[in-house]
Design a protein around this ligand. Structure first.
Ligand code: AFP
Length: 350
């Protein structure tokens, strides 16, 4: 006979073990409406993509031809990794025969991919970076997948996907999957940010942190200081400031997802500013900066280009890039203060 307190513990443990991603979406929406069913099913398909990619990454070192370059270049002009191609195909494959997603737009594809059997029924578009930090893949350092979901507006008959050229304020959901010591999925549907950890014994993402709040300030600054002399003087001022002040420590993994994940839980700021050669920076607005900005704001943090919030930025083209300053609101404001000070001085000097 199970004692009363034991049954409560037992029930809590079971309830916790059963808080899967698809169940959590229903809990968030407090509804079983058709839209709730669709969003829950959509998130489950993203979770499946994460499991497939995690499995491939965990065995890649033992598999013939899973690592290395394809020899080709993507629309960004970057050399493509075989894992980029695999992961890109996985996201397309999990949405086939779903009736959910008609169109997938990826950092790896010049134009969106349309799933005919899902169109026009499937009103959702998936925006994604299949492997973020692919330069880490072959040396087994953490990488991620970034995703965002928006509603398709209009029929997009000319296939230009011009309705995607909108601010991130229109996103319905966003998140990322972190392939690290454990595989985690972090998401938001506009009701806070929540983390799930993949339990390999169950093959399920189980809720591990709910309503995550990013600290208002943190000790971490994350930037590729190798670009120091290519940055604007204002950014150099900020880096000089953190070098001269106690309480700051540098962390940079080469994968935005990993660096953002650390800041989400421990606070701090990540910067990928523009450079003299590339004033718009390197990171892609639709597939990288806007989805993470959605999460940052939902967790009480901020994301800025330096002069406007990332979620207010409207892309001119599908593969538009933006400078990125993302993290704890006090630290993002500090970086912005150096930018404002330099432009104030420039105006005063004229
Ligand atoms: P890759 O996916 O091409 O490795 O780029 C990763 C990334 O987009 C982002 O995840 C990193 O923060 C940033 O670029 C790293 O860029 P640098 O190598 O120029 O520091």
């Amino acid at each position: 006979m199970v004692e009363a307190h034991e049954s409560l513990d037992y029930e809590y443990a079971l309830d916790h073990d059963c808080t899967t991603l698809s169940r959590h979406v229903f809990q968030q929406l407090q509804s079983f409406s058709a839209d709730a069913q669709d969003l829950s099913a959509l998130m489950s398909r993203i979770a499946l993509a994460g499991k497939l990619i995690a499995r491939r990454l965990s065995r890649a070192g033992l598999m013939e031809g899973a690592l290395g370059f394809t020899g080709g270049e993507n629309v960004q002009g970057e050399s493509v990794k075989k894992m980029d191609v695999y992961a890109n195909e996985v996201f397309i494959s999990v949405f086939k025969q779903s009736g959910l997603v008609c169109r997938l737009a990826s950092e790896e594809m010049e134009k969106p991919y349309y799933i005919p059997e899902n169109c026009p029924l499937g009103r959702y578009t998936l925006l994604y970076d299949p492997i973020d930090g692919s330069s880490n893949v072959d040396i087994n350092i953490n990488v991620g997948s970034i995703f965002a979901v928006c509603q398709q507006e209009g029929e997009d008959l000319d296939g230009t996907a011009s309705d995607l050229l909108q601010s991130g304020r229109k996103l319905l959901a966003a998140g990322y999957i972190l392939y690290g010591p454990s595989t985690m999925l972090i998401y938001s549907i506009g009701k806070g940010v929540h983390a799930f950890t993949l339990d390999p014994s169950l093959g399920e993402f189980i809720l591990s942190s709910e309503n995550i709040r990013m600290p208002d300030h943190g000790p971490i600054y994350s930037a590729n200081e190798g670009n120091f002399w290519q940055w604007d003087e204002s950014i150099r001022d900020y880096i000089r400031y953190v070098h001269r002040h106690e309480g700051y420590t540098a962390r940079y993994s080469g994968a935005l997802v990993g660096d953002f994940h650390r800041i989400l839980f421990q606070g701090g700021v990540f910067l990928y500013p523009g450079t003299v050669k590339k004033p718009e920076g390197k990171l892609r607005l639709l597939y990288e900066t806007a989805p993470l900005a959605f999460l940052a704001e939902q967790a009480g943090g901020r994301a800025s280009t330096g002069t406007q919030d990332i979620l207010d930025a409207v892309p001119e083209k599908l593969h538009a890039r933006t400078p990125l300053i993302i993290g704890s609101k006090e630290d993002v404001a500090l970086v912005e203060s150096f930018i404002h000070e330099r432009s104030r001085q420039a105006i005063a000097a004229h």
